[in-house]
Every structure is written in structure tokens, then in C-alpha cells.
Design a binder for this molecule. Structure first.
Ligand code: CMP
Length: 836
């Protein structure tokens, strides 16, 4: 009883300290962790100092804090999963994905190098085995990028650089902890140090953890939509999963729990927003931010309370070792950034990182909560010899303190010296304009509210005035302070447009008119468009818009599965995806128009709005024609999906109508519940209908004029000779110069024959590829699909049989081939005449 009260009391007191130190850190412009560590060390040092000065009385009270019954197991099992899961969930995976190669290389290889460098540097001087030195290397290899990133964000460092640092630190922690576990295992079992076995064990643990984490994340995302949109239940499940995954991975699968938790967090972060309603998602993210903040702060303060006791009997030897460890660790990091990164930059795997940023990253490599947790795990492991415990504890905590008090306090200064503490004029303008856009929205909203509630003009004016002033100020600043070119302003406006697109897509999800997977793709597109508009302006926006329309990798894989193995289903799924994505994309682009005509025009002026109108128009047309191509092929399916879209939109309208009736007190709770229930299917997205890609030979044959009027028996025989085939736009069906192996009949769609002097378009009912078969020569031309096509393929081996069985078809085919040949030879003789 006493223990519980006592622990709670201490924790409450510490939370007060944590709470107060937040605003204080902002005041002092220090990383909050530095302040917390200072307070912790202060509390920890108090009993020692008072004992020194004989102030025994006051020790009792402070002793409460220093003798907490909180073991390292508590730290590891209670706090670590929380910290790591939150790190995963808070990461914008889609953005990091672009730099995966660089991040993985940097994180894993740099961690291994850092561990080795620190270990081998210490070994000759330390009185402990090499493995223990390496263990220390792993402990100090984790980095806490929060401080650097906070400053990077503040100064508007390139977004991609910030992501690189963030992503690297994330995986770096996971790698360091996985390595730590392997090394600790080796020490505890007294095995001979064996680099190869160690590396193998590390790889299995790391990769295995990744697999377990990914599967667990998918499982969680499968369960979450089944709790009926309840945010409390959703958040609770994620909390439970953080622990289940950690313990399950460690105990059940014997792989790295930290990696598993991290990867499951990343999976949820990547796929969650499209499966969890937006308001619930932000609740979840907020909750996790809070949880992780508590965990991090408590670890910090509790661990730093222990520091003074660890450091009381520290001698000059220890100082020497600490100095070596610090030099080695920073040296290893410099090696990674200045030697490992340049090749990556060279091959375009990562954005070029300025030397000044590299220096900032090195100097900003603070060690934080994770290093302390790992050090504590060693200190309290009774199975380890005391000198090992002491070695790791003293050096690791010394290391953390050094980075906090030396690097942490001077980071801002160094950034200033490196010239990294200012926003570039363009980014400053971007920020101002985006702010101005929000002001404009706020002022618009004020007008709207005034209209609906019939408030007086004067009141509106008063409320809106400050906003108008701020908009004017932002605009004036942009116009005068920086000499932004028209192109810059256009780029800024396009970034705003990209942001709006993201909002609109999420809106579609919120209204449940689009399926999660479609939203996922569209969100990715919106992000890519924004990003490229930011870096390359108008051209980037256009290119990214075009890229959004090409067949994605998944589609191509499905298509090649179909072509090579004849598996139709994935292809049908991807086609259905495409119809849906294009449908929603068109709606979203359509809705960008009013945004441009109002907000963008108001802020950036008529000219820019005009240019953007044109750009949006082009995108809309491109999306519409891509959709039309599919719609022509699958009219019923497209109509079905459109109807679903309309039905869901109507249901949403109906629901929100009922909700406002209920909120205004016009209907009772029971009635509201009843109504809600009556809105069928409103809670979940309707199942998407299945797309039949229509490859039934008999149906296709019926569309061919050339085979019209066959009796049933002949039709059956013909059907056995023909194979259906599906082709997508730009598919090369025949290549010039190949040996002819089949004739193709076009059941639907269109192809183009590419002849030396011109192109001939062939449509439904026509055929091609007959010339090589009849003449025995090689293919005379390329034939490329212009649209989605359903073809019927007649192979060389069946050709004779087909011709004998269908005299009429034979006649047509022979005659057509003859005419084509005549046309082609005529053309070759007098190319200029023919092409004219
Ligand atoms: P083949 O030579 O086997 O492969 C290319 C095909 O393009 C050819 O058979 C014809 O089917 C088709 N082709 C060639 N020339 C023409 C033309 N002038 N008009 C229409 N189709 C043609």
C-alpha cells in the first residue's frame, strides 16, 4: 500500500517538473531534454551533497526520489515499446519511402561502423573484454534527432533532408538495439566473439523483427475497421498492440522486439490514415504523442537521477575512456556522412546534403532516452560482472551528459555559425503565403457565419479587420522584402493547390465515397505533386500529375502475371482500382477549380490563377480521357461505380442532415439512432463490385463480323481455335522483323499499325498479323494497342485449320492481305506521294 502511494507521489511530483520544464525550455531556447537532465541530475546529486555537508535531515525527503523501486526491466518493458511505436506512428512513411535506400544504408551500416569504431577504439585502453567495448558502442550508437530536427524545421531546412535525418535516426535506433541484444546475448552466454555469427544473428533478428512487425501491423489494421469507428476502442487496440508485438517478437519468435514494434508502427502510419476516419486518426496521433512524451520525459528524469551516484567515483581513467568514446563516436558519424553519403548522392539515391548540414547533423547527434535505457539494462543485469556494469554505466551516462550539456546547449550557436538559422527567402515567402491563405479562409468563414446567423455588417467588419490586415501585410512582405519572381509565386501557389488536393482526398475518405486503397494511392499522388511543385515549380507539378496517370507497378505486375501465367484475377482487381481511382481523381481535380478561383486568385492575383486554371484544366482532361478509355471498354462497370459514388455521397448528406436535426434538438436521441440504423450501409464503404474483364471467347467471337452467321457447331470449333487476350494501351502486340506466330482479331478496342510512312488505325472487328502467316515472311510492321483491347488470338498451328473451316473468312483475310500488300509496296515505291 505504502509503496504504491509512494511511487505515485514521486511520479506526480516528477510530472510537475516535466510540465514546468516545457515552457521553461522554450524560454531558454534549449532542447527540453537538456533541462530535464539538469533537473534530474540535481535531484540525484542532492543526497550526496547533503551528506558531504552533514545535512542528513533533508536527505530523507529527497531520498524518496533516488531510491525508487523502478527497475530497468520496468524501463524496458513499460517505456520502450511506447517510445518506439510512437516513433513509427509519427513517421510519414510514404515520404521516407522515397529515400529508403539511403536511409537503410546509413542507418544499418553506419550503426555497425559506429559500434565497431567505438568498441575497437576503447579496447586497448579499457580493462574489459572487446565484446563489452562493442556493447558500449551499440549503446551510444542510438541518436536522438529531436533537437536537430526541431531546429531544422524552424529554419526551414529542405524537407527531404529533415526526413532523411528523421528516418535514419529511427532505423538507427532499431539497428542499435537489435545489435545490443545480440552482443549482450554473446556476453551472457560467454561465447567466443565471432563477427560472422554475430552479423548473421543480427540480420536474422533485424529482418525477422521487420517481418513480424509488418504482419502484426497488417493484423491490427484488419481488426481496427471492425470496431465500428469507435476512436476510444481504436486507440486502445493500438496501445495493446505495442506491447503484444514487443513481447511476442521477443519471446515467441526470438527476433528483435524493438524492430517489430517499430515496423508495426510504421505499417499503421502508412496504411492507417486510409482505414481510420480522419478525426479518429488525429485523436490517435495526439494520444500517442502524449504517451510518448510522458514516457520519454520520465525515462530522462528517472535515469538522470541515477547519474550522480554512478559518477561519484569517476576517476581520470574514466575521463580518458569517455574522451576516446566521444571522439570515436563523432568520428564514425563524420565518416558515415562524409564518406558513405557522397556515393549515394552521386547515384541520385539521396538529395545532395550541404557540408554545413552534415556538420549540423554530426554536432546535433544528441544521445537520449534510449541510450539511458540500454545503459540501465546493463547496470541492473545481475548476471554481468560488476566491472562490466560499471564500465557501461559510467561511459554511457557520461556520453549522454556530454552530448546534452555540450552539444545540446551549443547546437543553436553552431547552426548560426554555419548560417543555417535563417529561412531562405523563397521558403519564407511560402510560409507567409500559406499563412495568408489560412487567414483568408478564416475571414471567409466569418462572413459565412454572419450570413447564416444574420449578424450585422459592422460586427463582421470588426472581426475580419485583423485578418484582412494580416493578409495585406503578408502580401506586402512577399512583394517587397523578397524579390520573388513570377515563377516562384506560381510554385508557391501550386504547393498550396497540392495541399488542398490532399485535404479533398481525405474528405472523400471521411465521406466514405472512396475505398481506402484508392485513397491511399490518391494521397500518394497529392504528396508527390506538392513535393515536386515545391522543388521544380510548374514543370514539376505537371510531370507529377502525368506520373499519377501512368500504370502503377502493381498494375504492371498483375498484367505480367496475366500475360505470362494467364492469371486474370489480380489484373481484374487492378483494373477495377484504376476505374475507381480515376473516377475520384476527376472529382477531386474538378473541386480544385473553385479553390483556385477563390482563394488562390484572391492571394496571388488573376494572372497566376489564370495559369493554374489552365494547368488544372489539362489535368482534368487527361484524367477524363484515361477514364473514358476504360469506360468505353467497361461501360457497365463504370456506371456501377459512379452509382455507388453517388449513393454514398447521398447517404452522407442524409446522415449529416439527421445529425444536425439531432444537435439542434429537433429529434430525440432514440429517433436519431433509429434513423441512423435505417441509413443502410452508411457506416461502411459498400463493397466494390467485381469487374469482369470480359475474356469469354464465345462472347468475343460474336462481336466479329468476319465470323458472323456461323452455325453452332462451326462456332464451337472456331472457339476452340481462338484464345482471348487482353492488352493495355501502348502494349506492343507485334514487333517488326519478328517471325509471325499468330493472327489477331480485335473484338473491342483499337490498335495502330506503324508503317514507315504513316500509321494505320484498326478498330473493332478488324484483324492484323495475317501477312506474315500467309507469305511466310517476317512481320512487316509494329502493331501497338491504342486503348484497352480485347483480342482473339489465332496461332500459326491452328491457322490452316481455321482457313479451311471458314471459307468466307479465308476469302476476306486473303483479300485484305492482298490489298495491304499492294498499298505498302506502292508506298515504298513512291513514299513522298503516298505520305502526301
Ligand atoms: P504482319 O506483317 O504479319 O505484321 C504486321 C501487320 O500489320 C501485318 O501483318 C498486317 O496485318 C498489318 N498491316 C501491314 N500493313 C498494313 C496496312 N497498310 N494497313 C493495315 N494493316 C497493315
Amino acid at each position: 500500500m505504502f509503496d504504491t502511494v509512494f511511487v505515485l507521489l514521486v511520479i506526480a511530483a516528477l510530472l510537475v517538473v516535466v510540465g514546468i520544464s516545457q515552457p521553461l525550455a522554450i524560454c531558454l531556447r534549449l532542447p527540453p531534454s537538456v533541462l530535464l537532465a539538469a533537473v534530474g541530475v540535481g535531484i540525484g546529486a542532492f543526497p550526496l551533497i547533503s551528506r558531504q555537508f552533514g545535512l542528513v535531515g533533508s536527505v530523507g525527503a529527497v531520498g524518496l526520489f533516488t531510491d525508487l523501486p523502478v527497475s530497468s526491466v520496468t524501463f524496458i518493458y513499460v517505456f520502450l515499446p511506447l517510445l518506439v511505436f510512437e516513433a513509427g506512428i509519427a513517421t510519414d512513411v510514404r515520404r521516407i519511402l522515397q529515400d529508403t535506400a539511403a536511409i537503410l544504408l546509413l542507418a544499418v551500416i553506419a550503426t555497425l561502423i559506429a559500434t565497431a569504431v567505438v568498441g575497437f577504439a576503447l579496447w586497448p585502453f579499457a580493462r574489459v573484454p572487446l565484446l563489452v567495448c562493442l556493447l558500449l558502442g551499440a549503446v551510444v550508437a542510438t541518436t536522438d534527432p529531436a533537437a536537430v530536427i526541431a531546429i531544422f524545421r524552424e529554419v526551414g531546412a529542405p524537407a527531404r533532408l529533415t526526413r532523411l535525418v528523421e528516418g535514419e535516426a529511427l532505423l538507427n535506433d532499431a539497428a542499435a538495439i537489435a545489435l545490443f541484444v545480440v552482443l549482450l546475448g554473446m556476453i551472457l552466454t560467454g561465447r567466443e566473439p565471432n563477427a560472422l555469427a554475430g552479423l548473421a544473428e543480427f540480420s536474422v533478428s533485424f529482418v525477422g523483427g521487420g517481418v513480424v512487425g509488418f504482419l502484426a501491423g497488417r493484423l491490427l489494421l484488419w481488426i481496427i475497421p471492425r470496431v465500428g469507428d469507435n476512436r476510444l476502442a481504436e486507440a486502445t487496440l493500438t496501445l495493446a498492440f505495442a506491447y503484444l508485438v514487443f513481447i511476442g517478437a521477443e519471446r515467441l519468435f526470438h527476433v528483435s522486439g524493438v524492430v517489430a514494434v517499430l515496423v508495426s508502427g510504421l505499417t499503421v502510419s502508412a496504411l492507417g490514415p486510409s482505414r481510420i476516419a480522419p478525426e479518429n486518426w488525429s485523436f490517435l496521433a495526439g494520444l500517442w504523442e502524449q504517451i510518448a512524451f510522458w514516457a520519454r520525459s520520465l525515462i530522462f528524469i528517472l535515469a538522470s537521477i541515477l547519474v550522480p551516484r554512478l559518477l561519484v567515483d569517476i576517476g581520470p581513467d574514466d575521463m580518458l575512456l569517455l574522451g576516446i568514446a566521444i571522439l570515436a563516436a563523432f568520428g564514425a558519424r563524420a565518416f558515415a556522412l562524409f564518406i558513405l553519403v557522397p556515393p549515394l548522392e552521386y547515384f541520385g539515391l539521396t538529395q545532395r546534403i550541404d557540408a554545413s548540414y552534415k556538420l549540423a547533423i554530426i554536432w546535433g547527434g544528441l544521445r537520449g532516452a534510449l541510450t539511458l535505457v540500454l545503459a540501465l539494462a546493463v547496470t541492473e543485469n545481475r548476471a554481468l560482472p560488476p566491472e562490466t556494469q560499471r564500465f557501461v554505466a559510467v561511459l554511457a551516462t557520461g556520453f549522454v551528459l556530454f552530448t546534452l550539456f555540450v552539444n545540446g546547449t551549443t547546437l543553436r550557436l553552431i547552426m548560426g555559425l554555419l548560417g543555417l538559422d535563417r529561412l531562405s527567402p523563397r521558403d519564407e515567402a511560402l510560409r507567409d503565403q500559406i499563412l495568408a491563405l489560412s487567414y483568408a479562409e478564416a475571414s471567409e468563414a466569418a462572413h459565412e457565419i454572419a450570413r447564416t446567423h444574420a449578424l450585422s455588417e459592422a460586427a463582421v467588419e470588426r472581426v475580419v479587420a485583423p485578418y484582412e490586415a494580416r493578409i495585406a501585410a503578408a502580401n506586402a512582405e512577399v512583394a517587397t522584402a523578397t524579390n520573388l519572381t513570377e515563377r516562384d509565386r506560381l510554385a508557391i501557389a501550386l504547393v498550396a493547390l497540392g495541399n488542398q488536393e490532399r485535404v479533398l482526398v481525405l474528405d472523400m475518405l471521411g465521406h466514405r465515397v472512396a475505398s481506402p486503397s484508392a485513397v491511399q494511392v490518391l494521397l500518394g499522388n497529392a504528396d508527390a505533386i506538392t513535393e515536386r511543385a515545391r522543388s521544380e515549380g510548374r514543370l514539376g507539378y505537371r510531370r507529377a500529375g502525368e506520373t499519377a496517370l501512368v500504370f502503377p507497378v502493381g498494375f504492371r505486375i498483375a498484367y505480367s502475371l496475366y500475360r505470362r501465367l494467364g492469371i486474370v484475377r489480380p489484373l481484374a482487381e487492378r483494373l477495377a482500382d484504376r476505374v475507381e481511382i480515376l473516377l475520384i481523381m476527376r472529382v477531386v481535380i474538378e473541386r480544385l477549380m473553385p479553390f483556385n478561383d477563390q482563394q488562390i486568385r484572391q492571394l496571388f492575383g488573376e494572372r497566376i490563377a489564370g495559369v493554374i486554371r489552365e494547368i488544372i484544366g489539362q489535368r482534368r482532361d487527361a484524367a477524363a480521357s484515361a477514364l473514358d478509355a476504360l469506360r468505353r471498354q467497361y461501360p457497365d462497370y463504370a456506371a456501377e461505380l459512379e452509382m455507388r459514388f453517388l449513393r454514398q455521397s447521398t447517404l452522407r448528406q442524409e446522415m449529416s442532415r439527421y445529425q444536425s436535426l439531432f444537435e439542434e434538438g429537433l429529434i430525440a436521441h432514440e429517433v436519431y439512432d433509429d434513423l441512423k440504423r435505417s441509413v443502410v450501409g452508411a457506416r461502411v464503404v459498400e463493397q466494390r463490385p467485381h469487374l469482369d474483364i470480359g475474356l469469354d471467347t464465345r462472347q468475343l467471337v460474336k462481336r466479329l463480323d468476319i465470323l458472323a452467321g456461323l452455325d453452332e457447331r462451326t462456332l464451337d470449333r472456331v472457339c476452340q481455335l481462338l484464345r482471348p487476350r487482353f492488352a493495355v494501351r501502348n502494349d506492343h502486340i507485334i514487333r517488326k522483323g519478328e517471325r509471325g506466330d499468330a493472327v489477331f482479331f480485335i473484338a473491342s478496342g483499337a490498335v495502330e499499325v506503324i508503317l514507315p510512312a504513316r500509321r494505320v488505325r484498326l478498330g473493332s472487328g478488324e484483324f492484323f498479323g495475317e501477312m506474315a502467316l500467309l507469305s511466310g515472311r517476317l512481320r512487316q510492321a509494329d502493331v501497338v494497342a491504342l486503348t484497352y483491347c480485347q483480342l482473339l488470338v489465332l496461332r500459326r498451328v491452328d491457322f490452316e485449320r481455321f482457313m479451311t473451316a471458314n471459307p468466307e473468312a479465308r476469302f476476306t483475310i486473303n483479300r485484305t492481305a492482298e490489298a495491304r500488300r499492294a498499298m505498302n509496296t506502292g508506298e515504298l515505291a513512291t513514299p513522298s506521294e503516298a505520305s502526301g
